[in-house]
Design a protein around this ligand. Structure first.
Ligand SMILES: *Cc1c(COP(=O)(O)O)cnc(C)c1O
Length: 353
């Protein structure tokens, strides 16, 4: 299979003349800046936000490039992973003509973003143990199939996807393969970033929203070839990452030890939650998890969900989702939160004795 990025790209994006911002045209740090119509006196708040931020977030990428062992030119930062997903659709998929393939049960944003952009969606369900079915996926590909979205570890099932199956897709499909690794920090699986040198059609997504504890900042990462990253940079809103976010993330990247410590605690807490849930009579199954949540099968998921809501304990009812009949998705909380949840779950369980 030959990957041809030019052929994949929408022609008008190839021709596009991007917006050139004040900070694009002069990148020096020192000087008298009278170019961007900013307020020279400062901000009305305590912090100073009067200057536009770095449009390409070079300082963050310099640090990330060391942590992730990849060139800064192969990193894109978006306003959440959601921005990267949307930009990929807009760069590669012609509305009303092209299609993407998603693999239910999976993350909801791929479908929503495709719907917003009027892009056809082909669905190939995972196997009953939530693994890829490479033959079935490849059979769905046609000449208008631009992107295949794979989520590993998968949301909502929590398992990691077999590496060999993803490799099969990568080498037998000549469109773009997105591997969404939002939960990679909770898994023992190495990131697909290490496959980038031999996989020109691969894009890996990660996020600061989960393990890093920075969901409110909205910062997602995409890693791919320099050429693919250049396309995302070309079509993104000029100042898509705020200065406040950039400053905060720079600080976070100096403290990866704290992230690692929190991940370790969440993993210990996940095992505790799992063992306590398994002791409840009405818990039929807990799916193996490489993430910070558990997919739990019970006899009456909707009823359990509603009873918990009355007690102000909020989990996710996934029972209407493909291959997730009677399943609840439970995010691992602190020990105190987990105890509150378990207390109510054991009361619900007793009704099924
Ligand atoms: C939570 C999550 C994300 C993160 O999205 P952000 O926009 O970066 O917060 C991405 N993909 C999956 C599968 C997720 O579950």
């Amino acid at each position: 299979m030959a990957f041809d990025l030019k052929k994949l790209l929408r022609p008008h994006i190839a021709e596009l003349k991007p917006y050139s911002s004040a900070r694009d045209e002069y990148t020096g740090k020192e000087g008298v800046f009278l170019d961007a119509n900013e307020n020279p006196y400062g901000s009305i708040t305590e912090g100073n936000f009067n200057r536009y931020p770095d449009p390409y977030q070079y300082a963050i990428k310099a640090k990330l490039s060391i942590i992730k062992d990849i060139s800064p030119s192969q990193i894109f930062l978006g306003n959440g992973s959601d921005e990267a997903i949307d930009l990929l659709m807009r760069a590669f998929c012609r509305p009303g003509k092209d299609n993407i393939i998603i693999l239910p049960p999976t993350y909801g944003m791929y479908e929503v973003s495709a719907d917003i952009n009027d892009i056809q969606i082909k669905k190939v369900e995972l196997s009953p143990d939530y693994q890829l079915r490479p033959d079935a996926i490849l059979a769905e590909v046609n000449e208008d199939t631009k992107i295949i979205f794979i989520c590993s570890p998968n949301n909502p099932s929590g398992n990691k996807v077999k590496r060999a199956d993803i490799m099969t897709i990568l080498s037998n499909y000549d469109g773009l393969v997105v591997v969404d690794e939002a939960y990679i920090d909770f898994s023992d699986e190495p990131s697909f970033i290490e496959e980038l040198p031999h996989s020109p059609n691969l894009l890996v997504m990660q996020t600061f929203s989960k393990a890093w504890g920075l969901a409110s900042l909205r910062l997602g990462m995409a890693f791919a070839s320099e050429e693919i990253i250049a396309i995302l940079n070309k079509i993104k809103p000029p100042y898509n990452i705020s200065g406040l976010t950039q400053d905060t993330v720079l600080e976070a990247l100096d403290n990866t030890a704290k992230k690692d410590k929190m991940v370790k605690e969440i993993l210990e807490e996940r095992e505790y939650l799992k063992s306590r849930l398994l002791a409840l009579a009405f818990v039929k199954k807990i799916h193996p998890s490489h993430a910070n949540f558990l997919l739990v099968e019970v006899p009456a998921a909707r009823k359990a969900y509603e009873t918990l809501i009355e007690k102000r304990i909020i989990i996710r009812d996934r029972s209407k989702v493909a291959l997730c009949a009677d399943c609840l998705r439970i995010t691992v909380g602190t020990r105190a939160e987990n105890e509150r949840f378990l207390e109510e779950m054991s009361l619900i369980s007793k009704q099924f004795d």
